[in-house]
Design a binder for this molecule. Structure first.
Ligand code: IMP
Length: 197
């Protein structure tokens, strides 16, 4: 029988990406397919710690192997902020958050605007798994002076992707983002652990 895996996300895009990655080998269910489970607080200092905490909590609650992710944007000139607080960096919407970022970086020259999107994925194979598998993916770039592009979400309009002809993440087609993103890279690294379930 195929192994069943809970991917602890309510995000349809992330679920689709994972299903493409594991193909027929694993039956992937999401939080929407299960009775409600209390959501653990993302209060870790690192993406890895948050991903492991989530995967553990959901595996504990359901008895299924669980995969969880945590991601965000780390800006070098801000000593890695907003980092694990990316989703909560400013109240309001995505635009309010990237505008706050542009304001904090006002006057910072291009050479010092380097940044990376990072994603940690954690796999807990069942209740009491002593050694979760953790993989981290990064996507390097720089923070623009003004937003451009309409694809994606979050900080995509202000993040210029390294090696993509000066385009922002929000100017990449979804298929292109799915090849170069921090999440795509972490998924690729996690693939072998998932196929061994
Ligand atoms: P989460 O890990 O899905 O909760 O994402 C945390 C936050 O990091 C999001 O709310 C976004 O602000 C930011 N973030 C994560 N991944 C991306 C991305 O691919 N593009 C833009 N922003 C992202």
């Amino acid at each position: 029988m195929k192994p069943r895996l809970l991917f602890a996300t309510g995000n349809a895009g992330k679920l689709r990406e994972l299903r493409v990655l594991v193909g027929d080998a694993v039956e992937v269910v999401s939080l929407k397919d299960l009775p409600p489970v209390p959501e653990p607080e993302e209060d870790g200092d690192t993406f890895q710690a948050n991903a492991v905490k989530k995967a553990r909590a959901y595996s504990e609650a359901t008895g299924l192997p669980a995969l969880a992710d945590d991601s965000g944007l780390c800006v070098d000139a801000l000593d890695g902020r907003p980092g694990v607080l990316s989703a909560r960096y400013a109240p309001g919407d995505d635009r309010a958050r990237y505008e706050k970022l542009l304001a904090e970086l006002a006057g910072v020259p291009d050479a010092k605007r380097t940044a990376s999107f990072r994603c940690a994925l954690a796999l807990v194979t069942g209740r009491g798994d002593p050694e979760p598998r953790v993989e981290v993916g990064r996507c390097e770039g720089t923070i623009l002076h003004a937003p451009k592009g309409t694809n994606g979400f979050g900080y995509d309009p202000v993040f210029q992707v390294e090696g993509e002809g000066g385009r922002s993440m929000a100017e990449l087609a979804p298929e292109e983002k799915a090849r170069v993103s921090h999440r795509a890279r972490a998924f690729q690294l996690m693939r072998r652990h998932l196929l061994a379930l």
